[in-house]
Design a protein around this ligand. Structure first.
Ligand SMILES: [Zn+2]
Length: 90
């Protein structure tokens, strides 16, 4: 019982992230860390992409490992360039 509920929640979250992405596409912002424009993702999108909890994304932003380029509709805009090393290393 508990197991199937967990799977349902996970797939719903994933679906929402995909929907949001197709609706708004990637937004491009200036990343001060990169010194150039970069595509950005929301916290949820970054977490979904890397298959980690969003709390881990937050802590990696705090440690400076992932860049942020301001906020987007009250969400952190996370620089895709800074995620790429992690994401492609898989
Ligand atoms: Zn950056």
């Amino acid at each position: 019982m508990a197991r199937s509920k967990k799977i349902l929640i996970t797939s719903e979250t994933h679906e929402k992230a995909v929907l949001k992405r197709s609706r708004s596409a990637a937004s491009v912002r200036f990343c001060a860390e990169c010194g150039q424009e970069a595509e950005t993702l929301s916290l949820n999108e970054a977490a979904t992409l890397l298959s980690v909890p969003w709390t881990e994304v937050i802590s990696r932003v705090a440690s400076g490992e992932f860049h942020t380029a301001g906020t987007d509709e009250r969400c952190l805009a996370i620089c895709v360039r800074s995620l790429r090393k992690e994401w492609q290393g898989r």
